[in-house]
Design a protein around this ligand. Structure first.
Ligand code: NAI
Length: 697
């Protein structure tokens, strides 16, 4: 660390340096404490300016220290802030770029704060299920008022320094400057060098005309909107103490609350998601400094459901897109859909009209492959047939420039086979978007056996640019997400055979926290998709057992919302799923045909069979090397399949449940004659981890 301490004409300028955002790791905390003591003891120093090198003042706690002894080693952040605030000489924070979490708490412990315009300010701790536990919940209400502070702390939202500085009667920022914040801070330090007593945020009083009534109102709102998360209400409890208790007692309260939250399963789940998201972009054998190819323009083949959505992602990021189709009508239809989507955003006020114009200006179309010769990345989204893909990739191989990345959005086909249609398999990769592609966060990046490392590194980087969560998957049927969901769907089917109704299954798993149960999901996506897969399976994998209810449903033409009927009935133009007597009769008849006596099935059994089927298949996916870490599987489920975030993903949930308990449940399910005994043998990886007393992480 090359943090610096320098005395400029009586002012000690202390500059933190812990790239990328000067997080408050042990080294940085020791540096700040030592620098303040040094300045205090130096008679030549009249005041101190605390700043950060690089692009931030300070981004908060050092996540690299999480769960390590360094995190709690002395001095902790509260000690450092106490030292800063207790310094007998004025300490001025010079803030630019980013001031978040512990960084903001540190700044609020300083006597004065000068901020640069355009600085991002936040206390985001609630997003990992905790709260600002280093006096943040007590200082922010004193500096910007009860309501604004509560808002920031409960949402974790980032607010720009300009907005905060413009608030009437705010005391967070003494000055806001367009640039050179350090010079402005030095100037303020000089002006205030002899002013005593030193202003301390802890001494301020929280003013509010009717604090208790407001807090009660806020409590009702927060309780309603954060049902599965304990942290937001605890944030409120702490902020409330700022009007009820003295500073020190309230800080003790805050400390106890954060300690309690750290141990909640919800916080563990949110932290898992936070780390898994960061880890997903790291591929074990692809070094971080792998050179990337420049992506300045993109070609998209196919202007259908997926091609249009995929194109919008790049347009949104300011990257020009050229869409190719076979016929002009198809192009016109595709463009009209893109326009309609953007216009809806403009209407809702989510997109400025001029931005819409800008984006559409980046979009062009063609019927001629030669027009794609300059594209850096070409993504194919044509019909899901290997023969069609072959034709497209032959053409791409013919026209694409050397080094262009050729991607397929296939959801089921073998990316290695597709790569073999070209003479450059190293440049071919799967980019599996989810529908609607302009909305869904997940992108499965499918790594073929010959995909070059720099292609992977480039695709991961471009995914970030278009704001996707990219997860690498090896080549297998269904990749990570759909391979697992097939097992989940099979279980849903068996549950119907054995005695459950679609409503009961959906309700149970939705109560667990899934955004949508398997039957409502099937109706939304189209039940014909699964039907086609099962027909294919009948020839490819005759050993795979399914409930026949879904086939019988499709034979009635009940494909879901698009046909107005599926597992549920639908009224024209509405999406509400109405329980269907036709379906209940169909299931009952099916049971009779199969000689099944229905039994009562508990919600607990439904949830366990659905979730543990994901876990067992997920374990096989790890064994097969299709996913490189369990966190990747969790990210796929959190961002692409509506798994409840506060449960952390299927693999994290299994860790929390205890793999021993999970394996025992699987062995019980294996004894059920209506289920698939061979599937329910716990995966060898699970057996090994249980024997070693380990978990997936
Ligand atoms: P779609 O049927 O809506 O669109 C396909 C488009 O490709 C049509 O506009 C068609 O005219 C065009 N096309 C067909 N052959 C072509 C050719 N030789 N040259 C140029 N254009 C051609 O299909 P959708 O749903 O967009 O699917 C496209 C691909 O995305 C498939 O591989 C599918 O498996 C995959 N996918 C689909 C998802 C979905 O939810 N619909 C999700 C993830 C992947």
């Amino acid at each position: 660390m090359t943090a610096s301490y320098e005395v400029r004409d009586g002012i000690a300028v202390v500059a933190m340096d812990n790239p990328p955002v000067n997080s408050l790791g042990l080294g940085n905390r020791r540096f700040i404490a030592a620098s303040v003591s040094r300045a205090q003891d130096d008679p030549a120093v009249r005041a101190i300016v605390l700043t950060g090198q690089g692009r931030a003042f300070c981004g908060g706690a050092d996540i690299r220290e999480f769960n390590k002894p360094e995190a709690t080693a002395a001095p902790d952040l509260v000690d450092v802030i106490r030292l800063v605030e207790g310094c007998s000489k004025p300490v001025v924070a010079a803030i630019h770029g980013v001031v978040m979490g512990g960084g903001l708490e540190l700044a609020m412990g300083c006597h004065y704060r000068v901020v640069q315009s355009g600085t991002q300010v936040a206390l985001p701790e609630v997003r990992i299920g905790i709260l600002p536990g280093a006096t943040g919940t007590q200082r922010l209400p004193r500096l910007i008022g009860l309501e604004a502070a509560l808002n920031m702390i409960v949402t974790g939202d980032t607010v720009m320094s300009d907005v905060l500085a413009a608030m009437p009667s705010q005391k967070l920022f003494d000055r806001i400057v367009p640039d050179d914040v350090v010079s402005a801070a030095i100037e303020l330090a000089r002006a205030k060098a002899e002013v005593r007593p030193l202003p301390r945020s802890r001494d301020l009083k929280v003013e509010h005309p009717n604090a208790e009534a407001y807090l009660q109102f806020a409590r009702n709102m927060i309780a309603a909107s954060s049902r599965n998360y304990p942290a937001p209400l605890r944030c409120l409890d702490c902020v409330a103490q700022s009007v009820r208790l003295g500073f020190d007692a309230a800080v003790d309260y805050e400390r106890a609350a954060v300690t309690e939250l750290v141990w909640t399963p919800e916080s563990a789940a949110l932290r898992n998601a936070f780390f898994a998201e960061r880890a997903a972009s790291k591929i074990p054998d692809v070094p971080e400094d792998t050179p990337r190819r420049a992506i300045k323009s993109v070609g998209v083949i196919g202007a259908g459901t997926m091609g249009g959505g995929i194109s919008m992602n790049f347009l949104n990021a300011g990257i020009p897109v050229k869409i190719l189709e076979m016929k002009q009508e198809a192009l016109d239809r595709g463009i009209a859909t893109i326009k309609k989507n953007y216009e809806a955003q403009v209407k809702k006020g989510k997109l400025k009209p001029e931005k819409y114009e800008e984006r559409m200006a980046l979009l062009s179309t063609t019927l001629d492959y030669n027009d794609l010769k300059d594209a850096d990345l070409i993504i194919e989204a044509v019909f899901e047939e290997l023969g069609v893909k072959e034709k497209v990739f032959n053409e791409l191989d013919r026209v694409a420039k050397a080094g262009a990345i050729l991607a397929s959005n296939t959801s089921t086909l073998d990316v290695d086979k597709i790569a073999a249609f070209t003479k450059r398999p190293q440049d071919v990769v799967g980019m599996h978007f989810f529908s609607p592609a302009n909305v869904m966060k997940l992108l499965e990046v499918v790594r073929g056996k010959e995909t070059a490392k720099d292609v992977l590194a480039t695709v991961m980087a471009i995914a970030k640019k278009i704001k996707k969560t990219a997860v690498v998957s090896g080549v297998c049927d269904g990749f990570i997400g759909n391979r697992m969901i097939e097992q989940y769907s099979r279980q849903a089917g068996f549950l119907l055979d054995e005695g459950a109704t679609p409503q009961q299954v959906d309700r149970a798993i939705e109560k667990f926290g899934f955004a949508m149960g398997p039957f409502r999901m099937g109706d939304l996506a189209g039940n014909d998709i699964g039907w086609a897969i099962r027909k294919r399976r009948a020839t490819e994998r005759a050993d795979m057992k399914y409930s026949k209810t879904a086939d019988k449903l499709c034979e009635l033409g009940r494909f879901g919302q698009k046909t107005g009927a599926g597992w549920y009935d639908y009224q024209a133009g509405k999406r509400d799923a109405i329980p269907s007597q036709v379906v209940l009769d169909l299931i009952e008849k099916h049971r009779k045909d199969e000689g099944i006596t229905p039994r009562k099935i508990s919600d607990e059994e439904i949830v366990q069979r659905l979730v543990f089927s994901l876990v067992n298949e997920g374990a096989h996916i790890l064994e097969d090397g299709i996913a490189s870490k369990s966190g990747d599987i969790d990210m796929v489920y959190l961002t692409g399949y509506g798994f409840p975030i506060w449960r952390g993903g299927p693999m994290h949930y299994a860790n929390q449940t205890g793999l021993y308990n999970v394996a025992e449940a699987m062995k019980r399910f294996a004894k059920n004659p209506r289920d698939d005994a061979s599937f329910w043998q716990p995966a060898p990886l699970i057996q090994k981890l249980v024997a070693e007393g380990q978990s997936f992480s």
